[in-house]
Structure formats: C-alpha cells, structure tokens
Ligand binder design. Sequence first.
Ligand code: TPP
Ligand code: MG
Length: 429
Amino acid sequence: MYCRRVLSPDDLRVALPRAIEAARTGGPAVLLIPKDVQQGYMQTGYVAGVPVERIDGHRSPDETETISDALVDLDGPVTIIAGEQIARDDARAQLEALRLAVGARVATVPDAKDVTDADLGVTGVMGHRGVAEAIAGSALCLVVGTRLPLTASAGLDEVLAKVPTFSIGSAVPYRPCHHVHSDDLRTSLTQLIRAVRRKPQPLRRGLPDPTAELIPPAFHGAGVRYRDAMKLLDEVLPEDADLVVDAGNTGASAIHHLPARRSGRFVVALGMGGMGYSFGAAIGAAFARDHRRTVVIAGDGAFFMHGMEIHTAVQYRLPVTFVLFNNNAHAMCVTREQLFYQDRYSYNRFTPSRLGHGVASMFPGLPSEDVDAVELLPRALARALAADGPSVVSIECSPDEIPPFAPFLAPPQPISQPEKDRSDAAARA
Ligand SMILES: Cc1ncc(C[n+]2csc(CCOP(=O)(O)OP(=O)(O)O)c2C)c(N)n1
Ligand SMILES: [Mg+2]
C-alpha cells in the first residue's frame, strides 16, 4: 500500500502522481497532508531547486555513485545502520551483499530488527551500547532505509555529526547527512555493490556482544525479570515465528533482549508507540501466514486496551501465542514517575489481576495460564507454543524493575571498562 506524509506543498508534485499511480495498480493509496501544507503555496517547475522531471521518477541512475565513490577510496571501517525500508523493499539479500562487499559492521533501528543479524544490535533508546563507539571508530556511516527518528537515533547525534554520514532511502533522515533518494533499495543497493570494489574485508556477523547490553540497576523484588523471560523465549520460539511486540517496559525489554527469528518478522510500532496494536496486528499476521506461529509480546496495559482481539484468534483457531507481561501497571509510566517526578503517584499502578486465569474462564478450552516464577516459565511456554490454535501465557513481573531503556539509565561507561558498580546507575538518572 502506498502511504506518504507530505512535508511541504512542493512534495505534492511528486507524491500525488505516485499515489495515483499506486492506486491504479489496485491497492489503496494514502497521502497525509497537514493543514499548513493544505494552506501553503506550491512552486511550479522546480522542487527545492531541482527540476521536477529529475525528481518525478526520472532520477539519474548514477546517484548512488556519490556513495560508492566515497566507499571505494575509503581507508577505515564502515558502519551500516539498517532501516525498515529494507524490509518493505525486501532488500535483505542486497544488504548482506553490501555488508560483505564493504566489511561493514551493522546495527538496525528498532523497527528493522528482522532485516539482518546485526552484530552491533539495535540503535537508539532501547539500543545496544556498542553502536555509538562503532560509528565513532568508522571512516563512514551508511544509513539505509530509515529516517532515524528519535527512538532510533538517541545517543548517536554526536558521533553522526563527526563521522561522514551518507543515507540512501525513500525519505531524508532527520539527522544531517548526505542523502541519496531510493524508492527501490533492491536496485539501488545492487548498483552500490557493483560499484564498490574494496579489497575483501573480514565479515562480522552474529548477535551483539553481551557486554554491549544496557544494564539497568539490579532488582531484588518479586516477579519474573524481563531479561530472564526474554532469554527463555529466545530458546523456545520457533525460528519462523513472527513476533509482534507492543509498547512499554515490556516492549523495550523485548526490543533489547529478544533476537528476531531467522525467518520470521519482528514487528514493532514505534512510530506512534500505540499500546495494544499488537493484538490486531498478530491476528492479521496469522491470517496472512499459513500455519506459522505468531507471538504477541505485550504488557497488561496494552492487553486492557485491545486484548479482546483474542476472541478473534479463538474463533478462527489462529496459531497465535499471547505472551503477556503482567506487572499490574503502566510500568513505563511508573518508572518515569519514580525517576523524573520524585515518585509522585498517579494512576499507573492497577488493582492486581490474574490475566491467565481470567482469559481461561472467559474462553473455555483456550490454554491460558499465569506464571509466577521463572522456573515454571519454560514448560508453560512449551505448552503454549505446542497448542493447536491460540494460547495465552501471562507472566507475573514487577512495575518496579527498570527496563533496558537508555533515558532511564545514567550515561553508560565505555564498554572496555569493568561492568561492576553500575547497578545504581538509574538511581542517579
Ligand atoms: C495508546 C497509547 N496510549 C498511551 C501510550 C503511552 N504509554 C507508553 S508505554 C505505557 C504503559 C504501558 O503499559 P503496559 O502495556 O502494561 O507495559 P509496561 O510498561 O507495564 O511493561 C503508556 C501509557 C501509548 N504508547 N499508547
Ligand atoms: Mg504493565
């Protein structure tokens, strides 16, 4: 589906014909036109000083040369920040080939966790600590298919300003860089790969170094720890499962600790961070993917918003496992109140509920249980994943555990330093 936000009246010269063209191919096309653009004036003939015919689908095929020229003569490492357009354009193979051709280290934005095995992990507020250091030590940073919104770029502004940064994709990033437009990353990355003839570089793959994890302060209260639960999920989730991750401390923990499946999607909705979207999104994913299991990872707050979508999964016996993290709170808001508002209480802690039991009595026959202790979790997850149709596991956790979310933590020490004495980091934030 074609969907584009129009940022200036001039953009309509390009966006409107494309939307009409897209609609003619059969699907809906959406243009989001803000009021100031509706009331603005449009220039004719030129867009941002560039002749319209060059922008309107007749772009020179040589534009990727700006990037390949910079890469060819480069003396030093390259870091790639991989974005969600790679998934949209299905340019995963081309990204791998480019990474191989330039020997780049790779990080993904949170919305693009499933586009590659990023050895640097995730960027931004829920990201891994090695990303900024890798960029700082690079001769060039290449941003592929992302606008680098705040959630994806927090903590990177300083290094991105210092290191030559190029971007390729359908939208200009919010951070300063040299941008090359591409609505088709498969083609553009292929052009780049052909043009780049660096001597072969060692390829680094695999998961991020565990020392690059954010380390929240140790928590000693009741409940299953987010990290423990994510590590157990990683062990048992099928490699082709599609993961749909919701908002909050739960979402931050999943984005940080839970790797994407090798051949499944890892879907988050950080654009609006809309709580509860995961329930409907999982139903859609399960209908679209034959026999694959879809796994929702959502907090109790998200469940209370749209959790009754479980009824649709029950009705159609969809293979969806709903993993709920029940901390009886909007815990991300509780954490904010604790750290930034002197723990002034609002309405973010709830009267306790037993979601597993509740859903089980609501839908007789639906496997649904509550898990209070981490040692009970592996078997509960195995039972849920083996179910013929939907299943629910509600994990009891604590609203007072701080998640791996950078704004809640004190500025990290360099990775090379010992890890000890960091447990009180967030208390100082
Ligand atoms: C529709 C919507 N309303 C409000 C918010 C702001 N918000 C972000 S996280 C959060 C709390 C989430 O609670 P829960 O789903 O239980 O996850 P937890 O943080 O407890 O793990 C809120 C209210 C949001 N992202 N979406
Ligand atoms: Mg909660």
